[in-house]
Design a protein around this ligand. Structure first.
Ligand SMILES: Nc1nc2c(ncn2[C@@H]2O[C@H](COP(=O)(O)OP(=O)(O)OP(=O)(O)O)[C@@H](O)[C@H]2O)c(=O)[nH]1
Ligand SMILES: [Mg+2]
Length: 319
């Protein structure tokens, strides 16, 4: 056995010498480089194999970007200056689009203006530029008009009836901070998000989310993968459930629990999602989340990591 090894070693040595004699120094260099590249590729392959990829899918405005931003905060990934500037523009757009949605809703709901001057201002606001070209200077010019509209009781009343139309959840936060945002030296401290598509969306958001989930969970390309369902905006759900002004049975008459009990409503919603699966064996984990709450997302993300780890261990044991 020892002899075999020895002769094998001699063979390799001889081969290397022979190669050295046959190849030019450049060719030898190239071969070394090629070997090195192969080694790096193999290492990357191993690393990739150990990586877990999460695909974040969901309806518009459901909180995907907010969730990712929390990931950056939790893992202390810095926000680059370009990203901060981008948020600044998105915030301007959010505010202008938000006031346009509210002015339009006030018109449709026929709520009389408190301040008659706002009739004119409101009409002008509908033509404000809310495209990506909206810059700080133009926004500063709009800001006093937007402020005057936001202070009008008519807009407040339209805002209180926002469940009859679609308005981004961040709107009131931005309006109440308008004075600071309209300053030339304003730098966003909180992540802003898009308000696009507010006028065009007629479907109730839960129904829209269920439709999207149906497409994902029953898609043949995703067969066999595990799904983690984040039922986001739990804070808003809790507020809605507590409010006597709304009732889930108006939208889902089949609901039989207590409409003002958060757990009953959450279980009902979760069951709706679970029942969409045509293949009940598809593993479905779920979390009720509040993506604007860093601590909540940190806890949820740790639990997701545990789930993935346990799944990997289980599949290793089955091998
Ligand atoms: N109250 C509350 N607001 C939330 C929550 N998650 C996200 N939001 C707000 O909802 C809005 C939409 O969030 P985004 O993260 O932009 O949603 P998205 O899924 O990335 O939307 P698109 O990129 O348009 O598809 C933003 O104003 C967020 O601040 C939450 O858990 N609670
Ligand atoms: Mg997004």
């Amino acid at each position: 056995m020892a002899n075999d090894l020895w002769s094998c070693y001699c063979c390799t040595e001889a081969l290397t010498c022979w190669l050295r004699l046959k190849l030019s120094p450049e060719e030898i260099e190239q071969r070394y480089r090629s070997k090195e590249i192969d080694r790096i590729l193999e290492k990357d392959k191993q690393t990739l194999r150990r990586q877990v990829k999460l695909l974040l899918l969901g309806a518009g405005e459901s909180g995907k970007s907010t969730f990712l931003k929390q990931m950056r905060i939790i893992h202390r990934v810095k926000f680059e200056p370009e990203l901060v500037r981008e948020y600044q523009h998105v915030i301007y757009q959010n505010i202008v689009k938000g006031i346009q949605v509210l002015v339009d809703a006030r018109d449709k709901l026929a709520i009389p203006w408190e301040n008659p001057r706002n009739l004119d201002i409101g009409q002008q606001a509908l033509h404000f530029n809310s495209s990506a070209s909206l810059d700080s200077l133009l926004f500063m010019h709009y800001a006093p008009h937007i402020h005057s509209l936001w202070l009008d009781r008519a807009i407040k009343r339209a805002y209180d009836r926002r469940r009859e139309f679609q308005l981004s959840d961040s709107v009131s936060y931005f309006f109440s901070d308008l004075e600071r945002i309209a300053r030339p030296d304003y730098v966003p401290s909180r992540c802003a998000n898009k308000l696009n598509r507010c006028d065009s969306r007629k479907t109730n958001r839960l129904a829209e989310a269920l439709n999207i989930f149906d497409t994902i969970v029953n898609n043949v390309n995703f067969k066999g993968i595990s799904i983690i369902l984040f039922l986001n905006k739990s804070d808003l759900l809790a507020k809605k459930v507590a409010s006597k002004e709304t009732d889930i049975r108006w939208y889902y008459p089949q609901f039989t629990g207590d409409p003002h009990n958060l757990q009953d409503v959450q279980m009902f919603i979760l069951n709706m999602f679970a029942n969409v699966r045509r293949e009940p064996k598809t593993t479905l984990y779920h979390h009720f989340t509040t993506a604007i709450d860093t601590h909540n997302i940190e806890v949820v993300f740790n639990s997701v990591k545990d789930t993935i780890l346990n799944r990997n261990l289980e599949s290793l044991m089955l091998q």
